[in-house]
Design a protein around this ligand. Structure first.
Ligand code: ATP
Length: 239
């Protein structure tokens, strides 16, 4: 098997004396969508934060493309093709949609390459094209989430890390955001680590998933295996 794009080994994260993640290990393969599932406070966001160097893990290692990146700060990782979309999809409210997208492309020096990426992004999110002159602050929650994803894509990432894209969105918009994610994955050789509480939606787009509980990974398998798992059905799918 070729080296996965992301490999997390025995990651431990603690805030002061309180352990949030204990010895978590996971992998994301090339062009694979992997979901990290679990209830509130399970340690999903802390795992993501440690992967992108926003918090320093107490122990454990993170490998990106086979290289040890443990503790490398987020801006260096962006330059190496990793993009993080944090919880709550922050956009620049006083800028237009297009202005936000220009800011997302600050690492792209070649104007022709930028124009081409912008076209690709607009093809995936036609609504953003229609609203390119609208101020981002006046967009709906789902539209802002799409804009945050689109902006991250303009840096041309190979690995996308998304924290709870469904948070606070109406079901219809959640569906749109996930449809866009699925479309993205079909169109580009992009790897995605998706943190979600919306288990059903996440298992629809992911090929594999890990389930976290109290800071540990308690289950993992293919999306089909997890959907068929009694514990997952009871605890996370309400069946
Ligand atoms: P949610 O789905 O609610 O966002 P999560 O699975 O992402 O939850 P984390 O945000 O990683 O969980 O939190 C894991 C644990 O770590 C929780 O008990 C939380 O209270 C604690 N925690 C998170 N961030 C901090 C912090 N900055 N300082 C102290 N404790 C924290």
């Amino acid at each position: 098997m070729s080296e996965p794009i992301l490999r997390v080994e025995d990651l431990e994260v603690a805030y002061g004396g309180v352990r949030a993640v204990g010895k978590a290990s996971l992998q994301v393969g090339r062009a694979e969508v992997v979901a990290l599932l679990g209830a509130n406070g399970a340690g999903k966001s802390s795992t993501l934060r440690a992967v992108v160097g926003a918090v320093r893990p107490r122990s454990g290692r993170v490998y990106y493309d086979g290289q040890d990146i443990t503790g490398t700060p987020p801006h260096r990782l962006v330059a190496r093709g990793m993009a993080l979309i944090p919880e709550g999809a922050r956009v620049f409210a006083r800028q237009t949609v297009e202005g936000n997208l220009r800011l997302g492309a600050y690492t792209v020096r070649d104007p022709a390459a930028h124009a081409q990426r912008l076209e690709q992004v607009y093809a995936i999110f036609p609504r953003l094209r229609e609203r390119r002159q609208q101020l981002a602050g006046t967009m709906s929650g789902g539209e802002r989430q799409m804009l945050a994803i689109a902006r991250a894509l303009l840096s041309g990432p190979r690995l996308l890390l998304i924290d709870e894209p469904s948070l606070g969105l109406a079901p219809k918009l959640v569906e749109e955001v996930f449809d866009a994610l699925a479309e993205l994955h079909r169109g580009q050789a992009l790897s995605v680590l998706l943190v979600e509480q919306n288990t059903a939606m996440a298992l629809d787009v992911a090929q594999r998933a890990y389930v976290m509980q109290s800071g540990s990974i308690v289950l993992h398998g293919s999306a089909d295996e997890l959907r068929a798992n009694d514990e997952v059905r009871r605890a996370y799918l309400g069946m």
